[in-house]
Design a protein around this ligand. Structure first.
Ligand code: NAD
Ligand code: IPM
Ligand code: MN
Length: 357
């Protein structure tokens, strides 16, 4: 079991260290190899995703990723910015299916910004298409406007596009995931305005014919954003495009108590996958030992389940996380009166302790 470990920038290094601690405590044989990625790789090699890092990722059974990015790179040419590393990995490895499960653990019901009754027992799965949409669509750039309200003015443009096979493959992933759960799938789009979204909706409806046992509902993204905070438990599996999925998954993260609780798996239809928390490098708290490592530790559990064929070990990690939460341990993002405030490393140590006792 070869795991490429890519901590990245900011809190990435701190949270991945804790996930590695937890993996090492399982008593399984892993081959872990680390490499620089993001701003850290740019500093050392002049590129956020050096060839050597990409090669390591390609050869691994699974990739454990932290986060990339820092405000100090905002003025760099886009191709050299840290975020290109994660975008490049997703694209190069064809990781088109991103699973972001938003589960509100019983112990954190009071930590969400929503009323407890709205989120108690919440367990929804956001499936985000990850290699298409306006994130990757060409052409994009800056130019002088040929038409529009200000001809001759400088303008910028991106292209939102989806091909039929890209939509079909994510649709199959979503229907199959829904089949294993409550058989309820919500497809989120903006078909009332966007042609890509109407196409998305049409293809989803066509593929639905192959999954008559699954109930399919279409919802516009603005309404979905509202419904997610009004009645989140009305959802089960949600499938959507790259950009809407990015935004809705951060929103869903807060239903679980903290952005520091939402893990993710990015899959390409083979056993190989990339596992990362849904949050970023949090430059505002980096280097202070304050970050919540649980999203990354839970991502490592997803890695054991989806890529490494170790479901029992994955279950042990998830149980250990629940145990430390039941002990009242909380990093500052979810600390509240009556709980014990701990730092990043103490949280990791507590999970290890809970695993082994
Ligand atoms: P962010 O997710 O890094 O942080 C948003 C807020 O959530 C901050 O207040 C931060 O302190 C807090 N937060 C995030 N993770 C936390 C954790 N584990 N524990 C406690 N608090 C946590 O988003 P941002 O501030 O918009 O972006 C910062 C940088 O991260 C940017 O450069 C952005 O591009 C990058 N980013 C990278 C990824 C990735 O690598 N996949 C994902 C999102 C953002
Ligand atoms: C995420 C992040 C990334 C995205 C950025 C850093 C490119 O926000 O993983 O959610 O937008 O996909
Ligand atoms: Mn995001």
């Amino acid at each position: 079991m070869k795991i490429a470990v890519l901590p990245g920038d900011g809190i990435g290094k701190e949270i991945v260290a804790e996930a590695v601690k937890v993996l090492n405590a399982l008593g399984l044989k892993f081959e872990l190899e680390s490499a620089l990625v993001g701003g850290a790789a740019y500093e050392a090699h002049g590129h956020p995703l050096p060839e050597s890092t990409l090669r390591l990722a390609r050869q691994a059974d699974a990739i454990l990723f932290g986060a990339v990015g820092d405000w100090k790179y905002d003025q760099l040419d886009r191709s050299l910015r840290p975020e290109q590393a994660i975008l490049g990995l997703r694209k190069s490895l064809g990781l088109f299916a991103n699973f972001r499960p938003a589960i509100c653990y019983e112990q954190l019901v009071g930590a969400s910004s929503l009323k407890p009754e709205l989120i108690a027992g919440l367990d929804i799965l956001i499936i985000r298409e990850l290699t298409g949409d306006i994130y990757f669509g060409q052409p994009r750039g800056r130019r002088q406007a040929a038409d529009g309200p200000f001809p001759g003015a400088q303008e910028a443009f991106d292209t939102m596009r989806y091909s039929r096979p890209e939509i079909e493959r994510i649709a199959h992933v979503a229907f199959q995931a829904a089949r294993k759960r409550s058989k309820k799938l919500t497809s989120v789009d903006k078909a009332n305005v966007l042609e890509t979204s109407q196409f998305w909706k049409d293809v989803l409806t066509e593929i639905h014919a192959q999954y008559p046992d699954v109930q399919l509902q279409h919802m516009y993204v603005d309404n979905a954003a509202m419904q997610l905070v009004k009645a989140p438990k009305a959802f089960d599996v949600v499938v959507t495009g790259n950009m809407f999925g990015d935004i809705l998954s951060d929103e869903a993260a807060m239903l679980t108590g903290s952005i520091g609780m939402l893990p993710s798996a990015s899959l390409n239809g083979s056993q190989q996958g990339l596992y990362e928390p849904s949050h970023g490098s949090a430059p505002d708290i980096a280097g202070k030992g304050l970050a919540n490592p649980l999203a990354t530790i839970l991502s490592a559990a997803m890695m054991l389940r989806y890529s490494l064929n170790q479901p029992a070990a994955a279950g042990r990690i998830e149980a250990a996380v629940q145990k430390v939460l039941a002990q009242g341990l909380r990093t500052p993002d979810i600390h509240s009166p009556g709980t014990t405030r701990v730092g990043t490393a103490q949280m990791g140590d507590a999970v290890v302790q809970a695993l082994t006792t």
